[in-house]
Design a protein around this ligand. Structure first.
Ligand code: BTN
Length: 329
C-alpha cells in the first residue's frame, strides 16, 4: 500500500470535510476494491487518523494528527524562548527516557529534547506503563545538568509540574491543577505525568532526565483499557476540541526556562509558593500509601525540602517524601 494512496484518500476526505464519502465512491476513484479501501482506513487509523463510519453514508474524516515537523517546531520554540536547544524527533521508540539517557551519557547539552510520535514501552512512576499512542500526545524527555546535590532532585520535579500546569492552563484554559507530587489533573482525572530519572556522582547530580507525558488528543479508544478513563483523560476529551502539540510544548518550555532561572537565582521558595497556589492536594483528607504503610491524613503544606507536611488522624504532623496519594476511603 503506497503512501500516495493514503495521501489521495486523505485529500478526498479533506475536500469534503463535513461530508461522508462512500466506500464505493472512493474505490471507483482509486480503482481498488472496497475491501482494499477498508484496509487503507484501518491503516490510517493505526497512524492516528480517526473516521466516523456509517453503514448508509460511508466514512467521514473526524481527526488528523499533527505530526512533528522539526523545522516548524524549531521555529515555534524560537518564538517563545531564547535558549537554543538540540531537538531529536523520533518516529517510534521504546521510551524517550532511554534515548535521552544515552544522549546524556554521550555529553548532550542541558535542554536537549527528545520527542517521539509513539512509545512502545512508555514508563510511568512506580514501574507503571504509560500509554503513548502515535501522534496523540507529547512524549518528551529533556536532558538537564543541574549543579546541585542529589537530595534537591525532587524540587526539580515540583518545578516541572508548576511549569507544565502554567503552560497548559495558559494554552488550553482548562482548570488544571497539580496533585502531589507531580500529576496534573483536570476535573479529578490525570492528563499529564512527570518522571524524573537522575544519575549522580559523589552526591552531586551528573544529569537528570525529565520525562513529560501529556495526553493531548487521545480519544477514549486510545486508552485500550476502558477502566483507565475513570482516572485519566486527555486535553481533547476534557475540552471537547483537539489541541496543536507544538504550541503546548512552546508554552511549557517558556515557563520551564523562566522558572529554572528563578530557581537558580532565588532558590526553591518562589517555586514552592507557586506549587501551593496550583495544588489541588492541600487541605483535603487523603490516603497515603508508602512501601511500609498506608494511612489517612490531611496534607497541610509543601515544605521547603519539597516534602509534603501531613496531619495524621492522631493529630501528629509528619513530612512525607514519597507516597501514592489516593481517595480517603
Ligand atoms: C507518571 O507516572 O505520571 C509519569 C509519566 C511519565 C511519562 C513520560 S512520556 C515521556 C517519557 N518517556 C517515558 O517512558 N516516560 C516519560
Amino acid at each position: 500500500m503506497s503512501n500516495q494512496t493514503h495521501e489521495t484518500m486523505l485529500e478526498m476526505f479533506r475536500q469534503s470535510r463535513d461530508g461522508f464519502l462512500s466506500g464505493m465512491m472512493i474505490s471507483e476513484k482509486l480503482q481498488v476494491s472496497r475491501t482494499a479501501i477498508w484496509k487503507h482506513i484501518r491503516k490510517l487509523e493505526a497512524a492516528g487518523y480517526e473516521f466516523e463510519a456509517s453503514t448508509k453514508l460511508g466514512y467521514r474524516l473526524t481527526f488528523e494528527p499533527d505530526y512533528w515537523n522539526l523545522e516548524h517546531l524549531r521555529h515555534v520554540l524560537a518564538n517563545s524562548t531564547e535558549k537554543q536547544r538540540d531537538i531529536h524527533l523520533l518516529e517510534e521508540v521504546a521510551s524517550t527516557q532511554n534515548v535521552a539517557k544515552a544522549l546524556a551519557e554521550e555529553g548532550a547539552q542541558e535542554g536537549t529534547l527528545v520527542l517521539a510520535e509513539q512509545q512502545l514501552n512508555g514508563r510511568g512512576r512506580m514501574g507503571r506503563n504509560w500509554v503513548s499512542p502515535k501522534g496523540k500526545g507529547i512524549w518528551m524527555s529533556m536532558v538537564l545538568r543541574p549543579s546541585m546535590p542529589i537530595h534537591c532532585a525532587p524540587q526539580l520535579t515540583l518545578l516541572t509540574a508548576v511549569a507544565l500546569c502554567q503552560g497548559l492552563r495558559e494554552s488550553t484554559s482548562l482548570p488544571i491543577g497539580i496533585k502531589w507530587p507531580n500529576d496534573l489533573l483536570v476535573e479529578g482525572k490525570k492528563i499529564s505525568g512527570i518522571l524524573l530519572e537522575s544519575s549522580a556522582e559523589d552526591e552531586r547530580l551528573k544529569y537528570v532526565i525529565a520525562g513529560i507525558g501529556i495526553s493531548v488528543n487521545m480519544n477514549a479508544a486510545d486508552y485500550g483499557d476502558e477502566s483507565l478513563l475513570e482516572r485519566a483523560t486527555s486535553l481533547r476529551l476534557a475540552a471537547g476540541e483537539p489541541f496543536g502539540r507544538e504550541r503546548l510544548i512552546a508554552a511549557f518550555i517558556a515557563q520551564w526556562d523562566h522558572l529554572y532561572e528563578l530557581y537558580k537565582s532565588e532558590g526553591f521558595e518562589p517555586i514552592r509558593e507557586l506549587w501551593q497556589s496550583l495544588s489541588v492536594s492541600l487541605g483535603k483528607p487523603v490516603r497515603l500509601t508508602t512501601p511500609m504503610e498506608s494511612f489517612l491524613g490531611t496534607p497541610l503544606e509543601l515544605l521547603p525540602s519539597g516534602a509534603l507536611s501531613v496531619k495524621r488522624e492522631d493529630g501528629s504532623v509528619i513530612p512525607v517524601f514519597s507516597a501514592e496519594m489516593g481517595e480517603p476511603h
